[in-house]
Design a protein around this ligand. Structure first.
Ligand SMILES: Nc1ncnc2c1ncn2[C@@H]1O[C@H](COP(=O)(O)OP(=O)(O)OP(=O)(O)O)[C@@H](O)[C@H]1O
Ligand SMILES: [Mg+2]
Length: 368
């Protein structure tokens, strides 16, 4: 177990600057998840921690010691990849023992470590089998076992579940969470999957174009996204955005107008902005309420998706504009073609300035 500290980490490939001034503190035993659009640098950052890529500039420390110049095997990290090709001609036992053998570990230590790992991953019954005789989930567990048997201080995962089918992913996600509880080891995990990020992470790191956009607990990122990018990236279906204008505002709150919503009184501190400023209003699908249409403020329902446990209602502000999504607990009251009014829950409305930064809730309005 160990903490990891990244200080002003940069990575340049040729003439392309990929990782830019990344500062990050990963606590001992913490589960940290990297998310972000394809190509933003998630895998590169993980490989820099593992030592599979050299650091161009900055300092990387593990358990307080600088490791920039240490080769991967001396960093005490284990890595599980998306394509975790097991050695097909070796048994499960041999696959897990292989890394230890290469490291010239004593035979009885190898046996002890492999057996302990197999017990944790519930692979004891399968040790004599070859990979082709295993299910996808079992193979995934062997890949994890291979990384774990070396007793790394830190486990790194790069989209380890993305090759599995949906139900197996759910099962493995659960197993990884339980593994983390049992081992208490530091884990860094890259994923594209919102649910994996939200459910596994103590801390989520949102990366964008090689920089950290925001770091926080799943709750913080969901409830208080610092930028429009994070607001739109975390949450599914995604947050609704619409243009709005500041009518008046000060350090205690503000009034804004948004087409189709009328004038709203909101708790955000708009002290620094001139009246008339253009803003973006954001509201999640579950924080909108539908009501009978009233005059001008109405939206047309263009589609209703019934998912069993919930319903998504798609609304068109004006012909051709981006659709808004309303989510509710199963209710079949709304029908395509109907016109309705939208009522946002004012405590859950987000406002972003023209640089896409969130306006903070006024100090006096903050709920403790
Ligand atoms: N060895 C390399 N040489 C040059 N460019 C590279 C190299 N490895 C990665 N890159 C570039 O660095 C950027 C970040 O790549 P990286 O693999 O870290 O992205 P990612 O966030 O993991 O994306 P994905 O979600 O698609 O896996 C990409 O633009 C990629 O093309
Ligand atoms: Mg990647």
């Amino acid at each position: 177990m160990a903490s990891v500290t990244l200080e002003k980490i940069n990575k340049v490939f040729g003439s392309t600057h990929i990782i830019k001034d990344v500062d990050l503190q990963i606590g001992d035993g913490e589960f940290v998840v990297f998310v972000g659009p394809s190509g933003c640098g998630k895998s590169t950052l993980l490989r820099l921690i593992a030592g599979l890529e050299s650091i161009t500039d900055g300092e990387l420390s593990i358990a307080g010691g600088v490791v920039n110049d240490l080769p991967p095997r001396e960093r005490g990290v284990g890595m599980v990849f998306q394509s975790y090709a097991l050695y097909p001609h070796m048994t499960v036992y041999e696959n897990m023992a292989f890394g230890l053998k290469l490291a010239k570990t004593a035979k009885d230590t190898i046996e002890q470590r492999v057996m302990a790992t197999a017990r944790i991953l519930q692979l004891e019954e399968l040790l004599h089998r070859k990979p082709k005789e295993l299910s996808g989930g079992q193979r995934q567990r062997v890949a994890m076992g291979r990384a774990m048997a070396r007793e790394p201080r830190i486990l790194l995962f790069d989209e380890p579940l993305s090759n599995l089918d949906a139900s197996l992913r759910v099962q493995m996600r659960n197993e990884i969470a339980r593994l983390h509880h049992r081992l208490g080891s530091t884990m860094v995990y890259v994923t594209h999957d919102q649910v994996e990020a939200m459910t596994l992470a103590d801390k989520i790191v949102v990366l964008r174009d090689g920089r950290i956009e925001q770091v926080g607990s799943p709750q913080t990122l969901y409830q208080q996204p610092a930028t429009r990018f994070v607001a739109g990236f975390i949450g599914s279906p995604t947050m609704n955005f619409m243009p709005a204008q500041l009518v008046r505002g000060d350090a205690n709150g503000c009034r804004v107008t948004a087409p189709g919503l009328g004038e709203l009184t909101l708790p955000q501190d708009a002290g620094g902005l001139p009246h008339g400023s253009g803003l973006t209003l954001g509201v999640r699908p579950e924080h909108l309420r539908l009501a009978e249409a009233d005059g001008e403020n109405s939206f047309e329902i263009v589609n209703v998706e019934y998912l069993g446990n919930e319903v998504y209602v798609y609304l068109e502000p004006k012909a051709g504009e981006t659709l808004l999504i309303h989510r509710s607990e199963a209710s079949d009251r709304w029908q395509t073609g109907q016109r309705v009014a939208l009522i946002p829950d004012l405590a859950h409305v987000h406002l972003f300035d023209d640089a896409d930064h969130a306006l903070e809730i006024a100090a006096a309005r903050r709920v403790a």
